[in-house]
Ligand binder design. Structure first.
Ligand SMILES: Nc1ncnc2c1ncn2[C@@H]1O[C@H](COP(=O)(O)OP(=O)(O)OP(=O)(O)O)[C@@H](O)[C@H]1O
Ligand SMILES: O=c1[nH]c(=O)c2[nH+]cn([C@@H]3O[C@H](COP(=O)(O)O)[C@@H](O)[C@H]3O)c2[nH]1
Ligand SMILES: NC(=O)CC[C@H](N)C(=O)O
Ligand SMILES: [Mg+2]
Length: 509
């Protein structure tokens, strides 16, 4: 087991960020809900208590028995975590006069504290709280203040127990990463040796132990997550892994052939399944976005089940699930609201009696890409834009027909190739075209036209949770628009989507 930091989640919107920052320091960490804490094993080197939307003053607010950890392991309480410890041990937490949200500066800083090593006086931090610690318990000392918050940080005498009112995990806390490094490296004594190579070695060993001589099938999409997951499983069990790549008739132009070709060098055993007709039949006449997603999810499972049953002795289904998917489903306040039901092989029906193996379930997308590069998976797979499982079906607004799919494939191919030709592909996190259920009047060679409108979308993002539209050069947009209207029959107008997420989403359906 790798050394790790345990992050106990009280439901803050920033908890995932704490984990990202710790991982960026090459230290492994895991988030667990405050009410489902795993047993403390020797590899756990310290505990971070997260923030929370709750108030420690409220009846029934999140709480836990800290006596079992205090003095035995270093503890860092962030915001709610700090307030909780202060209140629990005899201090006083009260509503502050004003809700403090935004930047503040640490005016008084105890430079002898290991937590502040190499931080500067006046360091800018990010505050987000409505409660404030008025009084500390006996034996707790103030180690930092701001002009408006007297107890901005404290330490417990004789213990490596700390509380901070601000959020070091947010980039607006300019030296927040140094503070976390001080906690994790100086105070918890973690050795910062958690790298992609270590992850790969540990994961392959674990997969060998878990899977033994069992057979695994897995859905491969050409995307980053499933490609990296398949490569890890393949390194562990070789020929006992069979990958299934489904042509659902909703892929990009020539994608089926190109993806199958690109996997040839990887040594994976990949079966390509042409299920176009099945998917089109399932989608016929459905124009509601959720209805389309459900029909696609169902058909994927049917195709999968059919393929799995052709291979004798399959016990496991491999999946490319990554950490954000896992965290969402175990979050303190229950799974977050369903905005869109993402196509997922996850909720398997009973008739598919397979156990699930998910080697990437502790990584973020950027970590998955790093592991992929360390496994020497070619850059044309690792650097690919994400592409949704339901494919072009959620980019054709309204019902799906093969003819509409073909039109959109042509438009999308011109746009994506254009991005590549102009050196813009890698500048963009994700891009695609959307076929609108609208016709507009145009004029071509003196003739009136009445044809379809397409929208182009290109976004920047870190993890797809939030996104901004990309300011693509006008010359580029002009050229692509011309190419599309000239080359794709049935399209006479191109528009560019300039909405960010939130309030829009990346996909239109
Ligand atoms: N055409 C397909 N054939 C087989 N399995 C698929 C197909 N499309 C999606 N899947 C399965 O659904 C999972 C979820 O798709 P998703 O797009 O989220 O991940 P990905 O394709 O692996 O990575 P990326 O997010 O980079 O596109 C995939 O990991 C894969 O197991
Ligand atoms: O595998 C997937 N199955 C889906 O059903 C699905 N819906 C959206 N996406 C992708 O998720 C990211 C965020 O998309 P939204 O902003 O539209 O929710 C973007 O990267 C989307 O392409 C999906 N991926
Ligand atoms: N960010 C937080 O953890 C906030 C804690 C608590 N809800 C407050 O408002 O003070
Ligand atoms: Mg994908």
């Amino acid at each position: 087991m790798a050394e790790q930091i345990l992050i106990l989640d009280f439901g803050s919107q920033y908890t995932q960020l704490i984990a990202r920052r710790v991982r960026e320091l090459n230290v492994y960490c895991e988030i667990h809900p405050f009410n489902k804490i795993p047993p403390i094993t020797p590899d756990i080197k310290g505990i971070i208590l997260s923030g929370s939307p709750c108030s420690v003053r409220d009846e029934g607010s999140p709480d836990l028995d800290l006596d079992q950890y205090r003095g035995k392991l270093p503890i860092l309480g962030v915001c709610y975590g700090a307030q909780l410890m202060a209140q629990k041990y005899g201090g006083n937490v009260a509503p502050s006069e004003i809700r403090e949200y935004g930047r503040a500066n640490l005016s008084h800083l105890d430079m002898h504290s290991a937590l502040f090593k190499e931080l500067t006086h006046g360091s800018q931090v990010w505050m987000s709280h409505g409660d404030t610690i008025k009084e500390l318990p006996v034996g707790f000392d103030i180690i930092a203040s701001t002009p408006s918050v007297r107890i901005a940080a404290y330490k417990v005498e004789g213990e490596d127990t700390f509380g901070i009112q601000f959020h070091p995990e947010v980039t607006h806390s300019l030296e927040g990463k140094n503070l976390l490094r001080n906690f994790v490296v100086q105070i918890c004594d973690c050795s910062q040796d958690w790298t992609s190579d270590v992850f790969i070695d540990i994961t392959i060993d674990e997969l060998k132990q878990t899977l033994g001589d069992d057979k695994v099938v897995m859905g491969l999409s050409g995307g980053v997550d499933s490609s990296v997951a398949a490569t890890l499983i393949h390194r562990a069990i070789g020929e006992n892994l069979t990958c299934v790549f489904v042509d659902n008739g909703l892929l990009r132009k020539s994608e089926f052939e190109e993806v199958l070709e690109s996997y040839k060098g990887l040594g994976l055993n990949v079966i390509g399944v042409d299920a176009k007709a099945k998917f089109y039949a399932a989608l016929a006449g459905i124009s509601d976005p959720e209805g389309k997603r459900k029909a696609i999810g169902r058909t994927f499972i049917e195709v999968f089940d059919e393929e799995a049953s052709k291979i004798t002795g399959v016990k496991w289904l491999g999946q490319g699930t990554i950490y954000p998917d896992v965290i969402e489903s175990v979050s303190v306040n229950g799974p977050s609201a369903t905005i869109k039901s993402h196509h997922n092989v996850g909720g398997l029906p009973d008739f598919m009696k397979l156990k699930v193996v998910e080697p990437l379930k502790t990584l973020f997308k950027d970590g998955v890409r790093e592991v992929g590069r360390a496994l020497e998976i070619p850059e044309n797979i690792i650097g690919r834009h994400p592409f949704p499982g339901p494919g072009l079906a959620i980019r054709i607004l309204g019902d799906i027909t093969p003819e509409k799919v073909q039109t959109l494939q042509e438009v999308d191919a011109i746009f994506i190739q254009g991005l590549r030709d102009h050196g813009l592909y890698d500048e963009v996190w994700q891009a695609g075209a959307i076929l609108l259920p609208v016709q507009s009047v145009g004029v071509m060679g003196d003739e009136r036209t009445y044809e379809r409108v397409v929208a182009l979308r290109a976004v920047s993002s870190v993890d797809g949770m939030t996104a901004d539209w990309v300011h693509l050069p006008y010359e580029f947009l002009g050229k692509v628009s011309n190419d599309i209207i000239n080359k794709v029959k049935g399209v006479n107008r191109v528009v560019y989507d300039i909405s960010s997420k939130p309030p829009a989403t990346i996909e239109w359906e």
